[in-house]
Design a protein around this ligand. Structure first.
Ligand code: HMG
Ligand code: MG
Length: 296
């Protein structure tokens, strides 16, 4: 494989679990920095209940402030039709919907069963189709659930296939609590790829147990070529206790650069975004290499 596409989820997954919320202006600056560093697909925020995830309030303003950029896809995560309408009205060209492979996580995260979540997605998909918007789908808990423990492969495959059948152009398989190890990750991807094209599969790794890069490498070998990551390794899910950051974009780019796989990302520029964003959050970047790279 010569190229991979990175989906930068820092402005959404990275910030949604932080104690200190970032202002709209700071989030816009973060996205500008990510674009400048060469990232072309960026999840700009989410339209969810501000009572549940206050950090994401103002996401539509973030999106409309950055505005349309040639060659850049800004994505908005939405749980329901209301979220879709707000994203569309703010100029989103792409949205992401999110389902879970585990019933308990679905209930905790979006307050409904897996089956009910698909009922909510139906009008979203129809609205997006009418508006000419692309839809990406997430499956959470593909390698384990914070409430149920092991998750059946059959459930991961069923939810991923259904999202694909609904019309999602890409299905991102989320190791929400970062509990997967490389063979389990490869087996899971192989099972999903038996049902939907591997070119429409992305991997979304959290690095809770330090397995993210190893899992990504294992799935690269299975033919996956799209990976979600978060600048600075920020992130976590408010509904998955102990889930730490996503795989750090700079660590992933460092690994891919070393393997001769192109991402189009300028590492020092990216690392400076990691350091600046962490400073605004009042913390160190989760990824220790950010400082080294930012100074290079
Ligand atoms: P609900 O309580 O079932 O639904 O919430 P509701 O219709 O009764 O609405 C509850 C309140 O939310 C109401 O406000 C609604 O108006 C409001 P109130 O009357 O209480 O003041 N509301 C909304 N507000 C803004 N935007 C909306 C919206 N819809 C309703 N679109 C709901 C259902 C989904 C809204 C709620 O459960 C929620 O917001 N959950 C947050 C989900 C979330 O953001 N989770 C984190 C992202 S997922 C993730 O991190 C995993 C991922 O990264 C992959 C991985 O790692 O696995 C993607
Ligand atoms: Mg996540």
């Amino acid at each position: 494989m010569d190229n991979v596409r990175l989906v930068e989820v820092g402005p959404r997954d990275g910030l949604q679990n932080e104690k200190r919320p970032l202002s709209v202006a700071d989030r816009v600056q973060m996205i500008e920095g990510l674009i400048e560093a060469g990232l072309t697909t960026i999840e700009a925020g989410s339209v969810v209940s501000p009572k549940w995830v206050p950090q994401m309030e103002g996401s539509t303003e973030v999106l409309s402030s950055v505005g349309h950029r040639e060659g850049i896809t800004l994505q908005m995560l939405v749980p329901n039709f209301r979220g879709f309408e707000a994203a569309r009205d703010a100029g989103a060209e792409e949205i992401a919907i999110f389902a879970s492979a585990s019933e308990s996580f679905s209930q905790k995260n979006i307050n409904c069963s897996i089956a009910e979540s698909f009922d909510r997605f139906l009008p979203v998909m129809e609205g997006a189709r009418n508006a000419g918007m692309r839809v990406r789908g997430y499956v959470s808990c593909v390698l384990g659930c914070p409430y149920e423990g092991p998750v059946a492969l059959s459930s991961v495959v069923a939810v991923a296939s259904r999202l694909h059948a609904f019309g999602c152009y890409e299905v991102s398989l989320g190791d929400t609590i970062g509990i997967g190890t490389p063979r389990a990750a490869a087996t899971m991807v192989r099972a999903v790829a038996a049902e939907i094209p591997v070119s429409s599969i992305a991997l979304h790794e959290h690095n809770t147990y330090g397995q993210a890069l190893a899992n990504i490498l294992a799935c690269l070998e299975e033919g996956v070529s799209v990976f979600d990551s978060s600048v600075g390794g920020l992130g976590g899910c408010p509904y998955a206790k102990g889930a730490t950051g996503n795989v750090a974009t700079e660590e992933l780019v460092f690994m891919l650069d070393g393997m001769g796989i192109k991402t189009g990302v300028d590492l020092p520029k990216l690392a400076r975004v990691a350091v600046e964003t962490a400073a605004k959050l009042g913390r160190d970047p989760v990824s220790p290499i950010s400082r080294i790279l930012a100074a290079s």
